[in-house]
Design a protein around this ligand. Sequence first.
Ligand code: HEC
Length: 203
Amino acid sequence: MKRFLSSLLMLGLVLNLTGCMRDMQDQPKYKNLRGSDFFADGKSARDQEEGTIAQSQLRQDPHFFEGKVDGVDAVTFPMKVDRPLLERGRERYDIFCAACHGRTGEGNGMVVQRGFPTPPSYHIDRLKDAPAGYFYNVITNGFGRMYGYASEIEPRDRWAIVAYVRALQQSQNVDIKELTAKEREALDRPAVSEEAAHVPAHH
Ligand code: HEC
């Protein structure tokens, strides 16, 4: 009797399990972007309710997300500026900005040489004096004829680019007295090797 009961139990379990798997295979759910005739607007995905915040959308830190401290452009960075950040910034800058602003920020990138409006050089006094948060906002929202990059560049990378732009600005304004003898010597060497310079140009 005991045996009979336990095999009944087993049978029940097995039936239950297969039933369960069937349910999971045929569950009433919507695939991404599939339409629905249940909702009046025909969309299966519901719009976000006004006043609600979805996971990962909580943006509580205005310094980090908006480049503002007490409502004005931040003069400081919301993270430590170190070598990895600068290297990330250089990489992102070369991808997203150099085509117009040039690799050194003069404003003479390839797209500009092909006819796009010329941006101002980063090395003019007004932009050297502009706070870090100002650059962050230009990247986020665009400026005049320049588009914003909010959808392409995430906040941390925008700050990395700002840090790199700051490094570019400094690189063009170094007092020669600050350089070591070795660094000065390197400045006197031609940028291209003698040999390369003597290869006749093809026109
Ligand atoms: C497609 C070309 C293009 C790209 C790419 C581009 N910019 Fe610009 N940028 C411009 C132009 C043109 C202006 C000048 C706009 C104007 O004055 O109407 C400008 C202006 C600026 C200014 C100066 C704003 C001021 O106060 O004068 C900054 C700072 C700047 N860009 C930063 C960036 C950064 C950082 C990136 C990369 C994330 C970037 N730009 C990508 C074309 C570009």
